[in-house]
Ligand binder design. Structure first.
Ligand code: ADE
Length: 296
């Protein structure tokens, strides 16, 4: 099915974007919408086969009249040399890079006390350090002299991220990085923003998180003001907007794409307990205890 964007046809003709993690889920949807608007897209990720397949599937949807091209580039964003290679390849192919979308990331569910150093480092290296490498290399190689726009995809981290400490910490770091770079790189004409999706269901997400993922998705739907999950096609327009001239005065911002979920509810449940010390005795506590007893 051809991608239908709300933005005008040809909006991004002759533009060039890099989308990390562009082969699956939200990244793939961002790549698809950019391509549909005439933007050439380099999709980058670690998994070459999946990336090649995604590139073939995306390329058949590009209208014959469009100047857009999709190119898969294998790159582990945790490795600075590979990130340099990704930017070099993009510049060799297209002679410029207008947009960078830092979507590549990954995490796994674990209570904080069981996260091992290896798992912690892997999540921080991918989500935080990988995003830093991509921003720094694209800036030094192109955007410092020519301007551009960067969008960092983070997550609903606004009440902490119980069950995923590592990615919460990394994404909070990326949100702060977004603000810092928006200021440091303003004089080069580079805008830097973040998008924070709520609970977004995609084929890849369901496959990745298996039974636990399905259980979380089912539970989450009731906790979202919209009473349903979001889909990647509801995130990609926000990214296109932030990259577009419509956002020409927006930098350092985080746009939440979550139907208000981050203001409303939390998925993590604290079990009943009496682990806290009792409050100071007095009439206020007496009032409270009387009130509780009346309810029973
Ligand atoms: N997506 C998830 N992990 C990644 C990595 N290490 N490099 C590039 N894309 C990724």
């Amino acid at each position: 099915m051809a991608v239908r964007s709300v933005f005008r046809e040809g909006l991004f003709n002759q533009k060039v974007a890099i989308v990390t993690g562009g082969g699956t889920g939200i990244g793939r949807s961002i790549a698809a919408e950019l391509l549909s608007l005439g933007c050439s897209v380099i999709i980058a990720s670690r998994n070459k086969e999946r990336l090649t397949r995604a590139s073939e599937e995306l390329s058949v949807k590009i209208p014959a009249s469009s100047p857009a091209k999709v190119t898969p580039v294998q790159c582990n964003i945790r490795n600075e040399e590979e990130v340099k290679g990704l930017i070099d390849t993009t510049l060799r192919l297209h002679n410029k890079v207008d947009f960078l979308v830092n979507n590549g990331g990954g995490q796994f569910y674990s209570p904080a006390e069981f996260i091992k150093a290896k798992g912690w480092n892997a999540v921080i290296d991918t989500n935080l350090t990988g995003t830093f490498y991509c921003c720094k290399e694209v800036y030094n190689a192109w955007m410092k002299q020519n301007g551009g726009a960067i969008v960092n995809i983070i997550a609903d981290i606004f009440k902490g991220f119980p069950g995923m400490l590592h990615t919460g910490a990394a994404r909070a770091g990326v949100e702060n990085m977004t603000k810092t770079l928006a200021i440091e790189w303003a004089a080069s004409g580079v805008r830097v923003n973040a998008v924070a999706p709520g609970t977004i269901v995609s084929k890849t997400a369901v496959e990745n998180y298996k039974d636990l993922g399905t259980a979380i998705f089912k539970k989450a739907a009731h906790l979202i003001p919209a009473k349903r999950l979001g889909v990647p096609e509801e995130v990609s327009p926000a990214v296109c907007f932030l990259l577009s001239p419509a956002a020409s005065f927006i930098s350092g911002a985080t746009l939440r794409i979550d139907a208000g979920q981050s203001l409303y509810s939390a998925l993590f449940e604290i079990p009943d307990h009496n682990a806290w010390q009792t409050p100071p005795e007095g009439e206020n506590m007496d009032t409270f205890l009387k009130m509780m007893n009346k309810d029973q």
